[in-house]
Design a protein around this ligand. Sequence first.
Ligand code: ME8
Length: 639
Amino acid sequence: MENKTFYVTTPIYYVNDLPHIGHVYTTVVADVVARYKRLMGYDVYFLTGTDEHGLKVEKAAKEKGMSPIELADKVVENYKQLWPKLYIKNNDFIRTTEERHIKGAVALFEKMKENGDIYLGKYKGKYCVSCEAVLTEFQAKNNKCPDCGKPVEDVEEESYFFKLSKYQKKLLEFYEQNPDFIQPENRRNEVISFVKGGLKDLSISRTSFKWGIPIPGDEKHVMYVWLDALSNYITALGYPEETELFKKYWPAKLHLVGKDILRFHAVYWPAFLMSAGLPLPKTVFAHGWWLKDEGKMSKSVGNIVRPQYLLEQFGADALRYFLMREMVFGNDCNFSDEAFLSRLNSDLANDLGNLVSRTLSMISKYRDGKIPEPDRNSEIYKEIESLAKTCGVNWESYFDTYQFHKALAEVWTYLNHLNKFIVNVEPWQLVKDPESTDKLDTVLYVLAESLRLLALYISPVMPGKSQEIWNRIGFDRNIEESPLSFLKFGVLESGTKINAVKEHLFPRIDVKEYFKDADNQKQKEEKVENDNRISIEDFAKVELKVAKVIEAEKIEKSNKLLKLQIDLGDEKRQIVAGIGKKYKPEDLVGRLIVVVANLKPAKLMGVESNGMLLAASGEDGEPFLLAPEEGAKPGYRVK
Ligand code: ME8
């Protein structure tokens, strides 16, 4: 029996940047696949998340005057708020700074070591910070990264190596035996020739920076961020524990990635898994690049498309439709406002929206808002039923082979056939002729039933609007829980009362007005993006006060936490501070400090803390206590 589980993943995104249309794209594709598979009766598990370690994140945080984890927390919040607005329904969100992940990544490293594939050596070469990629002198011609074109850095350090060279032959055999493993075809060929060109052992640890997972037993090394990141696909399922999740969903059926990171997923990842003795995923699909005005999106050019404005103006359904319809999955595609508006006005407002309005207004007018009884043996019924069947067969085969644009084009062929059918059959004439009552009943039924089916076909891409279509035709079901039997023609029951809503499903966009508005909006967005500043009102929300330390003691089992009793002028309080490595409790008693007085209480190692003292954070997180000038008294406000 076919295995009816389907585990689909997106890349985990770096937290050095806010989400843009590229991140949105991969995640939407994963969600569309997940929804399609659920509709087809699969037990689906959909994972996304964030990649939070590495030099790139460490540097970005430093530039912003934050610690890496502060930056990560902020960007993760952005992702977590964005996904539901786009109807992304992931089962889990993994962060590589989570304990469960760290534990699993370390276990994977240890397993590979135990199997004799990891050794300590010296690494000398070039490093691209932007791609977090180790390069040979040859790859980094003219000291530039061959992938992103940015300058590379010289590095020489002690490093752990993974015996990637040992897996060259095994990988080639695996590609040969599993032609679906790398898709699309042209990318598969690229990977195969890369591997045939020879594989060098891979440096998988760093000593030149700290922001990463320490290597077990040799903690001056941190794990190479790609080994750390790739392992997320199994750590999220509970690896190394043999959890139910792991047993049920591993190996993944589909890793979705952009073409930029295919090599990591199609060469390194299967080699790591082989080394650890784990089964390999079924498919890694590398999609193309969204370009802006035919060029690469980049911060310095200032042409990055962010999703927020499009979402607010046009809604998640329209944005998802555009992304899935416009891009040939696997190829690059240009993102232009003109193309977006044209899809919206022509495909959604005209073709789909009008079909819904016309059908429902005719049922309202001619049949008092009730779905009539069709003649199931009539020519008309059979013609539309067969159209629906053909569409369904093609739709399914395109979805199964990840050709989303074709699946949607197929649905639009059906839809436009119905628009023509209305013009040809002229229901407004039929209604005048008493002899044609049955015919009109059938016409109206097949139109309404087609809407029900069309809504189901587009539901993986447009979950919101497809549900709305069902609501409008009075088919009172949750489209996300649709059983397979609903994919057949003829399910809608006659007598069903429709909900003829006046508003158009997709209002037409006035293109001129849009461009006026969009220019203003984009300027505003750019300002927000480049501006980390806060207003004086924001600052005033933080209640900073002078306090005096009355008592101080170490918290048992912690080498860094101290429990302090402080005097805040009109009250005494207990706070916990992570300064114990540098400051002795007895040296603190009597000192004036500055604290955040209106912080919500928290427990640290089981001890309650009602505030936070302020200290500057040095190179390695070494604290430097802030203190007011002499003469200040406990309770004074700092502002
Ligand atoms: O590479 N067009 O994270 P990342 C289409 N953390 N897709 C795009 C795109 C564009 N212009 N730009 C980005 C990383 N993407 C690693 C991944 S996985 C174990 C670790 C999408 O934040 C595309 O999916 O740089 C690409 O692969 C991903 O974002 C890169 O995201």
